[in-house]
Design a protein around this ligand. Structure first.
Ligand code: EPS
Length: 337
C-alpha cells in the first residue's frame, strides 16, 4: 500500500526473530534506538497483558542501512529476537474469532500452529519498531503523536477492575482508543482518485491490525445535522481558524491543518482460558477451543500499534509531497511550501 516508505516484515510468534526491511528512508537521519526500544516497551505494557510480556524485553537491532548512528539511504533491516523461541505442539481445535479456520483452509495446513504462529499479534512488535522509525522522521517536522483509551469492555473508568473480573472469569475484553497526530501540514492525501484519500489509507492501516473491527476519523456524525457537525471557519489575525474539529483533521481525503484524530474499536481477544465451543479439524467432532497463554485485554498495546501504522502512512504521504534523498533535502522542500 505504501509507495515511498515501503516495508515488509517476517517472523513467527515463537520463531527465532521478527524482521523488517524498510526501503526509502532519507539519508542523514539520526535513528535513536532508545526511542525505538521505548516504543516497543509501550507496546508490551498495559493492564491485562499475558505472561509472555514478562518473558520478552523487546529490543531492536538495526543490522543494515546505518553508519555512525545515521541512515545512509540504504534499506534498514530491523531485528527483534524472540526469547521464547521454541517448537510448540501441534493443535487441531479451531479458536473461533482467530485466523485458524480460514487460514488452514486457505493455505491447506494440517497443523493450526502454522496459522497461529504468523497470525499472532506478536508480529505487531516489529511493526511498532518500523512505526518508531516513521515517528523519528515525523519528529524532524515537529509532528507529534499520542493516544488514549476511551473505553474498555463496558466501562469508561475503572478499567482495571473490569479487566480483573474478566480475568477471573477466564474471559477477555476489547475496547476503544483514540490516536492523535498534531502539526500535520495541509494537503497530505488527495481527493482526485478514490485510492488516494488519506482517510481511506488510514482506515486500511488501522483496520488490518488483527483485532480491529471499526475505525472512525473524528467524531461519529451519526444523528447529527450538518449545522451541528461541520467545523465552521473564522478569521483571527488574518488566519483561518476552527473552533471545532469534528472532521478529525481530514476534509476531502486530505489533512486540513487540524489535529488528525483516529478512533478504533478492538474486539475481545479470541484466545480464552474459558474456551469457546468449536470443532476439531482432524476428528470432526465438537469440542472446546485450543487455549494457550493469552492476554485478557490488549487495548492499550493496540493503540501503540495503531500509532505506528498511522505514522507509516503519514511518512509515506510526507515523502510523496516533500520527498528528498536526504533529510536535509526533504526539509528544504518542506520549508519551500
Ligand atoms: C503477543 C504474543 C503472543 C500472544 C498475543 C500477543 O504470545 P504467545 O502466543 O507466546 O502467548 O500473547 O497474541 C494473541 C493473543 C493473539 O491472539 O494473537 C504479543 O507479543 O503481543
Amino acid at each position: 500500500m505504501l509507495n515511498n516508505f515501503r516495508f515488509l516484515t517476517a517472523g513467527e510468534s515463537h520463531g527465532k526473530c521478527l524482521t523488517a526491511i524498510i526501503d526509502g528512508i532519507p539519508s542523514n537521519l539520526f535513528v535513536d534506538t532508545d526511542f525505538i526500544n521505548n516504543e516497543l516497551k509501550r507496546r508490551q505494557q498495559g493492564y491485562g497483558r499475558s505472561s509472555r510480556m514478562q518473558l520478552e524485553t523487546d529490543t531492536v537491532e538495526i543490522t543494515s542501512g546505518i553508519h555512525n548512528g545515521k541512515t545512509t539511504g540504504a534499506p534498514l533491516c530491523l531485528v527483534i529476537n524472540n526469547k521464547d523461541f521454541n517448537e510448540k505442539p501441534a493443535f487441531t481445535k479451531y479458536r473461533p474469532g482467530h485466523a485458524d479456520y480460514a487460514g488452514s483452509v486457505k493455505y491447506n495446513l494440517s497443523d493450526l500452529r502454522d496459522v497461529l504462529e504468523r497470525s499472532s499479534a506478536r508480529k505487531t512488535s516489529i511493526e511498532v519498531a518500523v512505526g518508531a522509525v516513521a515517528k523519528i522522521i515525523l519528529k524532524e517536522f515537529d509532528i507529534t503523536c499520542s493516544s488514549r483509551i476511551l473505553q474498555i469492555g463496558t466501562t469508561i473508568e475503572n478499567f482495571e477492575q473490569e479487566i480483573d473480573v474478566a480475568k477471573e472469569q477466564g474471559d477477555s475484553l476489547g475496547g476503544k482508543f483514540e490516536v492523535m497526530f498534531k502539526n500535520l501540514p495541509i494537503g497530505l492525501g488527495s481527493y482526485v482518485q478514490w485510492d488516494r484519500g488519506l482517510d481511506g489509507k488510514i482506515a486500511q492501516a488501522v483496520m488490518s491490525i488483527g483485532a480491529i473491527k471499526a475505525v472512525e476519523i473524528g467524531e461519529n456524525p451519526l444523528g447529527k445535522k450538518g449545522s451541528e457537525y461541520h467545523d465552521e471557519m473564522f478569521l483571527k489575525d488574518g488566519k483561518i481558524i476552527r473552533k471545532t474539529n469534528n472532521a478529525g483533521g481530514i476534509e476531502g481525503g486530505m489533512t486540513n491543518g487540524e489535529n488528525l484524530v483516529v478512533k478504533a474499536v478492538m474486539k475481545p481477544i479470541p484466545t480464552m482460558v474459558k474456551p469457546l465451543r468449536t470443532v476439531d479439524k482432524e476428528t470432526l467432532t465438537e469440542c472446546e477451543a485450543h487455549f494457550e497463554r493469552s492476554d485478557t485485554c490488549a487495548v492499550e498495546a493496540c493503540s501503540v500499534v495503531a500509532e505506528a501504522r498511522i505514522a507509516c502512512v503519514l511518512v509515506d504521504e510526507l515523502m510523496q509531497k516533500f520527498g528528498g534523498d536526504s533529510i536535509e533535502e526533504m526539509k528544504r522542500h518542506y520549508k519551500e511550501e
